[in-house]
Ligand binder design. Structure first.
Ligand code: FBP
Length: 556
């Protein structure tokens, strides 16, 4: 057994509850009267039909309780963790193993190491009760590791297919976000096309909260991460109120969507939370954003308040039109020319600008010039394997601080502002991804693991696990399988049109943002801060079983 803290040890004995339908997996059968309606994607039908002919128009799968069956064949299932960590991943694996053993004790679970790369290279360990026992209800992905390799070349598909065949796997589960689940449906298609019998199933994971749609209510990990961040933000707000001298600029993870920022704002009631989607809709410039923050500082200074807390979503820059255009041009240049990022990083500031001037438009160059040199360098880091700028490494919080400082000093010179501005930058990022999962995530993930086995057992492939009614007590959660092909659409990635699962952004017309919009004005000057405190594992349900506020609002 690994060395664990007293709390980690205590959490090992926590028994996640299951939705009533999954409690006896031996009696669950496909719904007899399920509609046979195809759930195919309306747009791009023909393009998708060509790309994934076996996967693009599968029906949704629903289940009901039937007679308990006694005999189930032993299954051999593989699993990977893919992409960024999210609290609860180990419980999906525990759920898989327990469900497999419930169906047939001779069933086996193989864990491939370090994400899709482990499948390609056939690096694996067998997962047994013994080696997963110290990972139950624990954070992190360290049992088998994770990775961001994208299975995309014919050689990679062939290698992945060979591994699946070598192990004679009945099922293979990809625990990941939008890109990993996109990988899942292409792998499912490859298997079908090549007569490989392995059924491929996806599980929705990402702290960013952006893998959701009409069926997937929330990816796992979001609840724990938002609570970990909210504890920190609540503490900072208390500090700010006590010392009355600091402005905390907190950047929050969520590379694209602002779900985490919105959730944390509702949980802590801080003075200002920028929501990227709103900034994009209003076409605010970087100048407008800086003005908004400076206005807040000035208004609060008039009330003799020289402190506060401001939340900044990680992906903000990509939603500010002129920055977006600059990032797009940079992407085209960086991904189009081999070694361009290295070349640029090696140059000094002036030489770098000279080189960029040859590739960027005047407007983008102007935008680039607004950034401090350190942040210019961060913008030039390599793209990740899925073609994203690495926003976690770009210090947007420091960028805003430096621009707001400049703006305030100009206002001071004009006599329009008198006050002290003492900013403190902070990034709430990696610490939220591997913490101990909340009871909600422990149970959600354990149920997802069971559902994945159920889907494999019923022969489904190219499906993502979907647990519904998450705002209700666990007992009443519903289950279904959603064809991943129905979630695909085309978008530009790495300068190519690609079929991917669309990231779900904050819905500005939705109930969660609507609520925030109604109350945020009161939080600007009044100090309405609340401290949610640390994650609670024991105690009354309102503090131990509480799902995210945004989920409750969106589910009415
Ligand atoms: P996933 O989409 O894979 O869940 O990862 C999301 C995330 O946590 C982002 O919020 C963050 O920008 C990114 O991962 C950081 O990636 P890396 O671990 O490669 O630094």
């Amino acid at each position: 057994m690994k060395t664990l803290s007293p709390l980690q040890l205590h959490r090992l004995s926590y028994k996640p509850a299951l939705p009533s339908l999954l409690r006896n997996i031996k009696e669950v059968i496909p719904l007899k009267h399920a509609s046979k309606k195809n759930e195919k994607n309306d747009s791009n039908d023909s393009a998708l039909a060509e790309l994934i002919p076996h996967m693009y128009s599968l029906p949704h799968l629903h289940f009901e309780r039937g007679e308990t069956q006694m005999k189930f064949p032993a299954l051999k299932v593989g699993v990977i963790l893919s992409g960024g960590q999210a609290p609860g991943g180990h419980n999906v694996i525990a759920g898989l193993l327990d469900a497999l053993k419930k169906l047939n004790p001779a069933s086996r679970l193989i864990g491939f190491l370090n994400g899709p790369g482990g499948l390609i290279k056939n690096q694996y360990i067998e997962l047994t009760e013994k080696n997963i026992e110290s990972y139950r209800n624990q954070g992190g992905f360290d049992l088998i590791g994770s990775g961001r390799t994208k299975i995309e070349t014919p050689e990679q598909f062939e290698a992945a297919g060979n591994t699946l065949q070598k192990h004679d796997l009945d099922g293979f589960v990809i625990i990941g976000g939008d890109d990993s689940n996109t990988n899942a449906v292409f792998l499912a298609e490859y298997c079908k096309k090549n007569n490989i019998g392995t059924r491929i199933i996806g599980v929705p994971k990402t702290i960013d909260g952006d893998l959701r749609n009409a069926f997937i209510e929330l990816p796992f990990g979001f609840d724990s991460a938002s609570k970990i961040y909210s504890e920190i933000i609540g503490n900072l707000a208390k500090d700010s109120l006590s010392a009355m001298k600091y402005y905390f600029f907190v950047k929050l993870m969520g590379r694209s969507a602002s779900h985490l920022t919105l959730e944390c704002a509702l949980q802590t009631q801080i003075n200002l939370a920028l929501i990227s989607e709103e900034i994009a809709e209003n076409k605010y410039s970087l100048f407008d954003v800086v003005q908004q923050i400076a206005d807040l500082v000035c208004e609060r200074a008039k009330a003799n308040k020289h402190y506060g807390v401001i939340l900044i979503p990680e992906g903000l820059l990509e939603f500010i039109p002129e920055c977006q255009a600059m990032i797009k041009e940079l992407n085209i240049y960086l991904s189009g020319q081999k070694g361009a990022t290295g070349q640029l990083r090696d140059k000094n500031g002036e030489e770098r600008k000279e080189l960029l001037r040859q590739h960027l438009s005047e407007a983008s160059m102007h935008c680039f010039d607004l950034f401090p040199e350190e942040i210019q360098k961060q913008l030039l880091l390599d793209l990740d394997p899925h073609g994203y700028i690495q926003f976690s490494k770009i210090e947007t919080e420091r960028l805003l601080i430096s621009l707001v400082e400049k703006e305030l000093s100009e206002r001071q010179n004009k006599g329009a502002y008198a006050g002290k501005f003492s900013p403190q930058p902070l990034f709430c990022g990696y610490e939220g991804r591997s913490g101990l999962p909340t009871n909600f995530d422990c149970q959600y993930c354990y149920a997802l693991g069971h559902l994945a086995v159920l889907l494999i057992q019923h022969g489904a492939t190219g499906y993502i696990c979907c647990i519904t009614d998450l705002e209700k007590p666990v007992d009443k959660w519903g289950i279904m399988g959603v064809p991943i092909g129905s979630l695909l659409h085309f978008e530009m990635r790495k300068n190519k049109k690609q079929a991917v699962i669309q990231k779900a952004l904050v819905d500005l017309r939705g109930a969660a943002f609507g609520k925030f919009k109604r109350v945020r004005e009161n939080w600007r000057i009044q100090d309405a801060y609340i401290s949610p405190g640390p994650i609670q594992f024991e105690g009354p349900p309102e503090i131990t079983q509480n799902p995210p506020i945004t989920l409750l609002l969106l589910r009415g």
